[in-house]
Design a protein around this ligand. Structure first.
Ligand SMILES: [Zn+2]
Length: 179
């Protein structure tokens, strides 16, 4: 079984309409949190910037959460703007749902395939692993990875999931020999 890996090359942008300039794209930039204490309760936001006019918006990460409910290392990560914590919070589907935004993965990921795979005999079995939750359409991903047209993919590929429905969960497929 050949391994293919989908991984991000940078953080995705956010589809978020700017109230000032109507642009629909925002970035986390370097990645900054803001923490606000109110008695024993904490609010934590992830700051994002409009890519056109630089206006800053706040995405809610925690809302009125008791201080004692935080792991000390997690709290330290928020204060230090830890890059891994920025990535994990941004990629947590809960953040997008809660703030009604979606992630824009265009140009922010790549597919790594083993270079020697063409020497394999047909049929070839491939396992796709996601290091980051990039939503991809299997037919497009497979066409890209194999250098085939999407029609040829539909003809030659046997897959355990629907080929045209976006997924970011691992799957396997088999490529049959061409004509
Ligand atoms: Zn703007």
């Amino acid at each position: 079984m050949l391994p293919w890996v989908v991984r991000r090359t940078r953080l995705p942008l956010l589809s978020l309409r700017c109230v000032d300039c109507r642009s629909e794209s925002a970035t986390t930039g370097e990645g900054r949190f803001r923490v606000n204490a109110n008695g024993n309760l904490l609010d934590v936001w992830l700051l994002v910037r409009c890519v056109s006019c630089d206006r800053t918006s706040k995405l809610t990460v925690h809302e009125r959460a008791p201080v004692r409910s935080f792991d000390p290392a997690e709290l330290e990560g928020y204060h230090a703007n830890d890059p891994e914590q920025v990535a994990s919070r941004l990629l947590d589907p809960l953040l997008a749902r809660r703030n009604r935004v979606s992630l824009d993965w265009k140009g922010a990921w790549r597919l790594d395939t083993p270079s020697a795979w063409r020497a394999e005999a047909w049929p070839v079995k491939v396992e796709v692993v996601f290091e980051d939750p990039v939503p991809v359409r299997p037919d497009r991903l497979i066409a890209q990875g194999l250098g085939l047209s999407r029609n040829e993919v539909l003809r030659r590929v046997k897959c355990d999931i629907p080929l045209r429905r976006r997924t970011s969960a691992g799957f396997t497929f088999t490529v049959l020999a061409g004509d």
